[in-house]
Write a new protein. Sequence first.
Length: 174
Amino acid sequence: MNLEIWDIYDQQRNKTERQMRRGDAFGLEDYHLVVHVCLFNDKGEMLIQQRQTNRDHWPSMWDLTVGGSAIAGEDPQQAAEREVKEELGYEIDLTNQRPSLTINFDHGFDDIFIVKTNVDICSLPIPTEEVQEVKWASKDTILTKIEEGSFLPYYHSLIHLLFDMKDHMGAHRL
């Protein structure tokens, strides 16, 4: 794996003049940017991926469509586009799309993009270096996999929220 350099942000999400290497310890007020992309088809299913067996974190576990850390110089859209290309071999354009949701965590910000597309998974060059398998899955299938311990242990409420938001932006029913 290539050495990743990350931009460091402050608590208000302003990019600082500093950077860090993946794996280095975070400073007390240092944050970095992570992105996730959740692809949904017209049937309301989410594309999920099974991580490769040699991954440092969560090997062989099922996960959301794609996710990863932004590399120095990337904005959230660029990072999300790169992650989709790296993990799935699929190109998507998020230039004019804002994240659907941002979740704060101890040392960063996780921007989640929700995208509707009917990508033919048979056309994807899977397996890739990071992904061994992909499939379309319902909300119930994902929640069952979480309970069985074969899916990353996301809060059930997050999975419900992602599925609730797949057809609209925001937190209100209009």
